[in-house]
Every structure is written in structure tokens, then in C-alpha cells.
Write a protein that binds this ligand. Structure first.
Ligand code: F6R
Length: 252
């Protein structure tokens, strides 16, 4: 199934369209897979606005975040849990017990990953998975070379990813070397997937994912095999696509 591509004028429109897709799946018992990163700041801002102004109700929604650094506590300012608290969870009516996060501080990291997979299954699977994309084509922290059938596990971060994320830390050396990440096989089981990308820096990765060969060297290319995957990307991120993807496809 080819990836549907929705090209927006800019970051703000990308964020609004993404929030609309999220709000359309919100119902009691809905299960959302969430991502962190700059790409999602506008989307979460918009969802918070929809909660405040339109009563969008997260009280019976369950969430699973894609990844977390190993060795950072939830309160650490650079942890993904902290990012989610600051930018989303603290501003909507989501129940604390409905938030599922990988525990990068667990004594037994592999066991923490297994528990996370079991919790996804017990929730009935993920209805909508949000994804960002790395400049190297990674999804979650599945770096190039990650097996397509990988499950949630401990991963080593590539040097490029650590350098890209170093802007949030005091220095490159402070960026953790490992993370826990949902696997590609796990991500592919989500019923619906929406990937967001903004800016020219993501254009090559987007083109590789949408139009390139399906290869483990470009993890996001696996999404070409998903039955319901949409990229919502701004014009800059779309600038290397060779086919014309314009207009507003039905997002279902
Ligand atoms: C974060 C994640 C990563 C990011 C990607 C893009 O939870 O899974 O794959 O989505 O690295 O990050 P930004 O949005 O900061 O460019």
C-alpha cells in the first residue's frame, strides 16, 4: 500500500492537520502511540487547545510513548517523559494510570520492554501511532539496520542521532548512548500510522521512505508495507519527492 502523503504549507498547518487526525480517533478506550521531539510541539499545543476550548476528552484514552533514554529519570529535563509532561500530559485530562512509558531506569531493561509490549497487547493494540523521522530515516530509535521484525528493546543510538539530540543537552557527551525503543515490528502492528516531518533537513529521509526501496537501511521505508499510513509533511520536507503529492487525501 503506497504511503499517502499530505503536504501542508508550513509547520503550523502540519500540526493542525495532525491534531485533527488524533482528535478523530479519540473515544473512550482509544489507544494512542505518541512521539516526542520538536516536530510534535505544535501538534501537542493544538491538542491542548482543543481540550481547553472544545472539551476534547482524554480521560479514557491510553497512551504509549515510543521511546525513552536509558539512565534518565522521568524528572530529568531531557527525558522524553519530562517532555511529554511539560508539553502535553500536564495540560489535558489524561489519567496518570493510562500513561505508559518505557522505564529507562529499570534494573532489568529487557523485562521493562517485555512488560511494555504486554501492556500494549492488553490494551487491545495501538489505534493510532504518531511517528517522527530522523534525518537518517529512523523511526522511534530504530536506527538504520534495525530488523523490520524487531520488538521493543534496548538500542544503541547512532553518533548522528546523538549529535542531533545534543542541542537539548549541555554537551554531546551528556547524551545517553542507549535508549529503549518500540521495535519496528511493534510499530507496524498499529492500526493506523501518521508520520510528521517538517523542514528541509528531513526532505531526503522522507523521499527515501516514500519513494525509495524498502530496506532496513532506511527504517521508515517499511511503512510502505503498512495498510494505513499517512505522512503529513510541510513543503520543505516534501521538497525531494519526485512524484507530485498534492491536495488533501481522505485521512479516514
Ligand atoms: C522521538 C522519536 C524520534 C523522533 C525523531 C525526530 O520519540 O521517536 O524518532 O521522532 O528523531 O525528532 P525531531 O522531531 O526532534 O526532529
Amino acid at each position: 500500500m503506497p504511503i499517502r502523503v499530505l503536504i501542508t504549507r508550513d509547520y503550523d498547518e502540519m500540526s493542525r492537520r495532525a491534531a485533527e487526525v488524533v482528535s478523530a480517533v479519540i473515544r473512550p478506550g482509544a489507544v494512542l502511540g505518541l512521539a516526542t521531539g520538536n516536530t510534535f510541539l505544535g501538534c501537542y499545543r493544538e491538542l491542548v487547545r482543543m481540550h481547553r476550548e472544545m472539551g476534547l476528552d482524554f480521560s479514557r484514552v491510553k497512551t504509549f510513548n515510543l521511546d525513552e533514554y536509558v539512565g534518565l529519570s522521568p524528572a530529568h529535563p531531557q527525558s522524553f517523559r519530562h517532555f511529554m509532561d511539560e508539553n502535553f500530559f500536564n495540560h489535558v485530562n489524561i489519567g496518570a494510570g493510562n500513561i505508559h512509558f518505557l522505564d529507562g531506569m529499570a534494573d532489568d531493561l529487557q523485562h521493562a520492554c517485555q512488560k511494555f509490549e504486554e501492556a500494549i497487547r492488553a490494551a487491545g493494540g495501538i489505534d493510532l501511532q504518531l511517528l517522527g523521522i530522523g534525518t537518517n530515516g529512523h523511526i522511534a530509535f530504530n536506527e538504520p539496520g534495525s530488523p523490520f521484525d524487531s520488538r521493543t528493546r534496548v538500542v544503541e543510538l547512532s553518533e548522528g542521532t546523538r549529535r542531533y539530540n545534543a542541542r537539548f543537552f549541555g554537551s554531546f557527551d551528556e547524551v545517553p548512548t542507549h535508549a529503549l525503543s518500540m521495535g519496528i515490528g511493534t510499530i507496524m502492528e498499529a492500526k493506523k500510522i501518521v508520520l510528521l516531518a517538517s523542514g528541509e533537513g528531513k526532505a531526503a529521509a522522507v523521499a527515501g521512505a516514500v519513494e525509495g526501496p524498502v530496506t532496513e537501511q532506511v527504517p521508515a521505508s517499511v511503512l510502505q508495507r503498512h495498510p494505513d499510513c499517512t505522512f503529513i509533511i510541510d513543503e520543505a520536507a516534501a521538497s525531494r519527492l519526485s512524484r507530485v503529492h498534492m491536495g488533501y487525501p481522505e485521512l479516514g
